[in-house]
Design a protein around this ligand. Structure first.
Ligand code: SF4
Length: 341
């Protein structure tokens, strides 16, 4: 048998594999997956060395058997994934994660084309800025059929980015270049057709995170928020997730900024950088539940398709990103976590 590598083979998130019926099982609280997350796969794995990531070269295990955003990523043929997704109306969008590998750009274009020709799904690409030096690969992705891109900035400050993804780990990613590519991507795909991924809990203050969300907003990029969860075997396996109250405050601030209801400039922080005032009345916002749902690319209905059930926590909770609308008892819990009556 030949090598099981991209583009003819691809990894899917465990959630996608369950939803497509490739494995048996169901989701806690009947969460429904609406976005199919795919990951390019090569024998050498990802060449990045990001300290917090399950795919990192600095992780103890080899490229096989790695987890990414905490879950397993089984491998299937691209043909099988496409055939199965045609039969699933519940799926609105597919997202192709490039990883850092010399063949990733070429293979991503091929996979975009196949989905465009054979399905009616909207297509996102989680691009690797380090492989992109001008806007022509972005133009090519758009031409092939992608309508949105995501850029995993992940660390909210230059210092953390450098320490965890760049020079500090002898990695090739550079903060300034990532933001340059955000700018290029907004130029090619249009304002707010670009999303940046940010991970809360890598060592930044709430102020730093909120200001980076604001920076993205001012450039025309929404923030897709993640809560740090230690990947076993990664150099940060012993680093704790952020306290839930910190995550809730940042979620609410992100919602206010991305929905253009307010801005980081109106918010107030204490001397440790903790968010103490959102600059507006928030009780009605909390009551809607929406600020606490997963943030990501939208589906056919304009609502978030990329809902990544239980990508940031154990299903037993507390749920960090709700893959469905929080229910009344969830809202009570959220208010307690925020310390709001
Ligand atoms: S938010 Fe968008 S770019 Fe990010 S993983 Fe989801 S679909 Fe992909």
């Amino acid at each position: 048998m030949g090598q099981r590598i991209s583009p003819e083979y691809i990894q899917t998130s465990l959630a996608a594999s369950l939803t497509l019926g490739l494995q048996q099982g169901s989701f806690h609280r009947n969460a429904k997956l609406k976005g199919l997350n795919l990951l390019l796969h090569y024998e050498e794995g990802c060449l990045g060395r990001c300290h917090f990531c399950g795919l990192s070269r600095s992780r103890r295990e080899g490229p096989r058997g790695k987890t990414f955003i905490r879950v397993d990523w089984p491998i299937y043929t691209l043909r099988e994934i496409i055939e199965k997704s045609k039969m699933k109306d519940q799926i609105h969008r597919v997202c192709i994660s490039m990883i850092t590998h010399a063949k990733a750009l070429e293979d991503t274009l091929y996979i975009i084309q196949r989905f465009k020709e054979e399905t009616n799904l909207s297509i996102s690409v989680l691009i690797t800025p380090t492989l992109i030096h001008n806007d022509s690969p972005l133009e090519a992705m758009k031409k092939a059929g992608a309508d949105r891109v995501g850029i995993a900035i992940d660390a909210a400050t230059l210092e953390l980015f450098d320490r965890l993804r760049g020079k500090g780990v002898e990695g090739s990613h550079r903060w300034e270049h990532y933001w340059d590519v955000v700018r290029m991507a907004v130029g090619v795909f249009g304002k707010f057709h670009v999303g940046i991924h940010l991970i809360v809990g890598l060592g930044e203050t709430e102020r730093e995170m909120v200001e980076t969300i604001q920076k993205g907003q001012e450039m025309g990029a929404y923030t897709h928020l993640f809560s740090f969860y230690p990947e076993k075997g990664s150099p940060m396996e012993n680093h704790s997730p952020p306290p839930i109250r910190q995550y809730r405050r940042v979620q609410l601030a992100r919602w206010i900024i991305n929905e253009a209801l307010g801005s980081a400039h109106q918010m107030k922080f204490d001397e440790t950088g903790r968010l103490v005032d959102f600059g507006m009345e928030v009780s009605l916002l909390i009551q809607t539940g929406e600020p606490f749902m997963t943030s990501g690319c939208p589906g056919r209905d304009g609502k978030v398709a990329c809902n990544r059930p239980y990508g940031n926590e154990r299903p037993s909770g507390p749920i960090r990103n709700f893959p469905f609308m929080p229910e009344p008892q969830d809202l009570e819990e959220i208010k307690n976590q925020l310390g709001i009556e």
